[in-house]
Design a protein around this ligand. Structure first.
Ligand code: ATP
Ligand code: MG
Length: 281
């Protein structure tokens, strides 16, 4: 092991980093990035909690987890305990899984807030503007080095909750034209959150599905770099092993540790670890 990698593996005692893998554009590699980065960090001795905030619930199967006692939906509705919802997925990596009930839970929470506000208004009290259900729930989580949220591909209330809760956004962007439009739209959503006081910023723009042999991939990478500057990371290649690993319930480090996908996520995890000591990441 080189001295450099020893440093990256040494335990870090800073405040918990909170990162949302988010982009309202679908299929750009949010879940793939969230799961592999979470595991990569755990392999480097970080204590990580991964929270699946997408009703597609892809994080659990990607980690080979089929049994769930509770999910984020039940937690939000107060219908299960933390103990039931938190699964130890790997050494150092805990998961709060998700599932289809999340959509129902979201509607239920909005309806509950609306009803409370009707009652408040009828009693001459101001309505509550506090609709950050996720922040209220996740606030007590402290015992980790990293809290990573895998967001759904939308601009719904839970995603906006997630963006307002975290400090950092890691935005995967697949290197195609429509995805760059999606990236711009997502940046606007983050600006809106900043305007209402969220101290969140984009710390990583991760180009995904990169193919160095195509001009289009290289052009879009250059475009992303000139628009987002030095938060653009090394690209993640289009790599069949990354697509296959979830069907075996394995991360890329388990399924194909020598693949180009594993190398790229290793570099990204190292970059994230290096930033731990930066003041303004
Ligand atoms: N770099 C890659 N190379 C090849 N396949 C990939 C790569 N990244 C992700 N995939 C595959 O592409 C599909 C979409 O990836 P993923 O689920 O991570 O995207 P997402 O942004 O989370 O999607 P959604 O918006 O639906 O949540 C998945 O089948 C995944 O296995
Ligand atoms: Mg996803």
């Amino acid at each position: 092991m080189s001295d450099k990698s020893k440093d990256l593996n040494s335990h870090w005692a800073g405040p918990m980093r909170t990162i949302a893998a988010s982009n309202e554009k679908g299929g750009v590699g949010k879940t793939t990035s969230a799961v592999n980065i979470a595991h990569g960090l755990a392999l480097r001795g970080r204590r990580v909690i991964l929270i699946d905030a997408d009703s597609q619930g892809n994080c659990a199967p990607s980690l080979g987890i089929t049994e769930k006692k509770g999910t984020l939906a039940e937690l939000l509705l107060g219908q299960c305990s933390w103990k039931e919802a938190i699964i130890t997925a790997r050494p150092g990596l805990d998961l709060i899984p998700s599932g289809p009930r999340l959509a129902e839970a979201k509607d239920g929470l909005i309806a509950r807030l609306a009803a409370e506000n009707v009652i408040a208004l009828s009693k001459g009290r101001p309505p509550s503007s506090d609709n950050n259900f996720l922040a209220k729930l996740l606030q007590p989580i402290k015992d980790y080095d990293y809290l990573i949220i895998d967001c759904a591909p939308s601009r719904d209330i839970l995603n906006m909750n997630a963006i307002r809760f975290v400090q950092e956004v890691l935005m995967p962007v697949s290197v195609d034209y429509l995805a760059t439009i999606g990236a711009g739209q997502h940046m606007m959503a983050i600006r809106e959150a900043q305007e209402v006081g969220a101290e969140v910023y984009i710390s990583y723009v991760v180009p995904t599905f990169f193919n160095k042999r195509t001009i289009k991939s290289r052009e879009i990478l250059t475009e992303l770099q000139s628009f987002f500057g030095n938060v653009v990371t090394e690209p993640i290649p289009a790599n069949v092993s990354l697509a296959e690993a979830p069907s075996f319930g394995q991360t890329i480090f388990e399924y194909a540790p020598n693949s180009s996908g594993a190398m790229a996520y290793t570099h990204l995890v190292e970059e994230i670890c290096r930033d731990e000591n930066k003041k303004n990441r």
